[in-house]
Design a protein around this ligand. Sequence first.
Ligand code: IMP
Ligand code: MG
Length: 186
Amino acid sequence: MESMMVTFSDGGQLGGQTLKRVVFSEEDVQLRVRELGAEITAAYTASDRLLVLGLLKGSFLFMADLVRLIALPLHVDFLVAASYGTGKVSSGDVRLLYDPGASLKGRAVLLVEDIIDSGNTLSRLIPRLEARGPSSLEVCTLLHKRLTTLDPEARWVGFDAPNEFLVGYGLDYAEDFRHLPYIASL
Ligand code: IMP
Ligand code: MG
């Protein structure tokens, strides 16, 4: 709706582009990440040898904030999976462009994702990771559109998201907007 479009005058972060509305403010996000950090801390012990595995690039800010709020010894690694190209609709094909050097065997693996939309990425990725023998494998996603149910479902969900295309706090549209500290719809 054209009348709802807002141009944010926030120091040129948007390069003159427009967003519809802020869906989760910076404060909403930081409060929720704090809660998730506390819940995750309570769910594991030091002997679990937690490996926090972030799916790049979308999870990079969420990961960085989240791991600082997990009060346990842990390791960090990343996976690069590409499914979207430059569009707004999943291509259905999930390619692993980078695979972690870290061994998953016997470790409690926490997979950190930015958003679950079709569920395609995670439903293809989880069996591949399970096959490497982690002692447990859980998913923490910042956003879940609830368009699908994963099996198993993500254990931690930051926010149920509206069925709109969201950007900011790691999420992009054709690589734009990842650096915004809030989540907005496009
Ligand atoms: P899925 O495979 O359809 O669940 O989507 C997984 C990936 O698509 C996410 O990790 C995002 O990178 C991207 N994605 C899905 N929905 C959105 C959105 O609303 N904004 C930005 N990226 C999205
Ligand atoms: Mg993406």
